[in-house]
Design a protein around this ligand. Structure first.
Ligand code: S3P
Length: 173
């Protein structure tokens, strides 16, 4: 089996940006569950939530991780923020590779996602309250799902990618 790095964490934690850095450093393929799902469904994540509902979206996430697990090559995955919420997905992710939690404060999320319209779970109403609530109960789940937790506030993606590489190289001897 190839080396697989799975980046998990809240919306706006920087999973895709850090994933790009890691991919550049290693030349491993980069996948993004949201992007794979959008391509497969032929519609945006917001539209999938609207037409098919969150439950169906979560089912598509599980399908996507199963699809990636069949790939022999080395890869990095930027997982959608809700991917680790299903216990089934946590088990799959941990068996697929090294799971890294990019941990951020609500303030970082609010700052990075200001004006964003692509996250249905944060659309409308009091966004600060939503972020604080969601991050509050999801935090321990992300910790449980991850092999490693990396702080991702106020740091460059390169710096974070460096720390992840050090970690993986240590683990792989
Ligand atoms: C979600 C995170 C989003 C996307 C969907 C739901 C979540 O991905 O999968 O909007 O439940 O946290 P990002 O974490 O890439 O924003």
């Amino acid at each position: 089996m190839g080396t697989h790095v799975i980046l998990i964490g809240f919306m706006g934690a920087g999973k895709t940006t850090v994933g790009r850095c890691l991919s550049k450093k290693t030349s491993w393929s980069l996948f993004d569950t949201d992007q794979l799902i959008e391509e497969q469904a032929g519609m945006s994540i917001s539209r999938i939530f609207e037409i098919r509902g969150e439950e169906e979206f979560r089912r598509l996430e599980t399908e996507t991780i199963r699809y990636l697990m069949d790939k022999e090559e080395d890869w990095i995955l930027s997982a959608g923020g809700g991917m680790p919420l299903r216990q089934e997905n946590r088990i799959l992710l941990r068996s697929a590779g090294q799971v890294v939690y990019l941990k951020v404060h609500p303030e970082t999320v609010l700052c990075r996602l200001r004006g964003d319209t692509t996250r249905p779970l944060l659309a409308g109403g009091n966004v600060r309250k939503k972020v604080e609530e969601l991050l509050g109960w999801r935090g321990p789940i992300y910790e449980e799902a991850a092999h490693v937790t990396v702080r991702a506030d106020d740091r460059s993606p390169e710096d974070i990618a460096e720390e992840i590489m050090d970690n993986i190289l240590t683990k792989n001897g």
